[in-house]
Design a protein around this ligand. Sequence first.
Ligand code: SF4
Ligand code: SF4
Ligand code: SF4
Length: 251
Amino acid sequence: MSAKPKVAFFEFTSCEGCQLTVVDSLQDHPELLDTVEIVQFREAMSEKGEDYAIAFIEGSCSRPSDEPKLQAIRQQAAIVVALGACAHLGGVNAIRNRMPLQEVREYVYGDRAEWFETYEPRPIKDVIKVDAVIPGCPIDRREFIKAVTHLLQGRMPFIPDQPLCMECKLKENICVYTRGKVCLGPITLAGCDAICPTYGDGCEGCRGLIANPNIEAMRQVMHEHGLTDEAIDAKLSMFLTNQIMALEEAG
Ligand code: SF4
Ligand code: SF4
Ligand code: SF4
């Protein structure tokens, strides 16, 4: 019997870009394949084992029939890791959560809306207990490798709670606001090496909110840089719909 930890990958509503990033990471670090046994990974293998201790879940829960599948994974796995913004936040899929569900269904499926089962996309943690998160859209390669290394050492992957601006400043980037662009860096969790501002674009918030984000101040800054209320709402909805809605509900 293999003494290696058995690992499985699952996807729910997603583009599978995070799983592709995992494949990419493993190509750079093939040594990891000597330390774990992958029993399920549709992107990379056809075998399918149901005996696993660590489950990586990509994608949001977007229909009622996802729930029993997630619960079965939770029952089997000792450790569940949410992989990427869809699993962590509901992802881009959650943009529609501010609109009436039936309208969205009819817009997408027309008069065949009833053929397709769907409800408001939600993060995995809203359905089952999640032990760790690897944020991002897609996930960061280095962070994935670090997370697996930590798991193999018996530690949980750790994501520091600091805003992207800190990382951006340490890279000595010139703030994109000085060039007329907007950026969600002050309220977004760091860890991607500030990749978007480094290449001249504002952050869209794919890693999710820091703890205690000052949304009002963020809105004010975007206002001062010429964004309308509608444009600000759109900016805050790309990845953050569910988190912002939860903050609004909490008052
Ligand atoms: S987080 Fe982004 S890259 Fe990953 S599955 Fe979702 S949409 Fe794709
Ligand atoms: S570019 Fe964005 S992340 Fe960088 S300092 Fe400016 S607001 Fe912060
Ligand atoms: S800069 Fe923002 S949008 Fe870009 S990868 Fe990092 S967290 Fe995501």
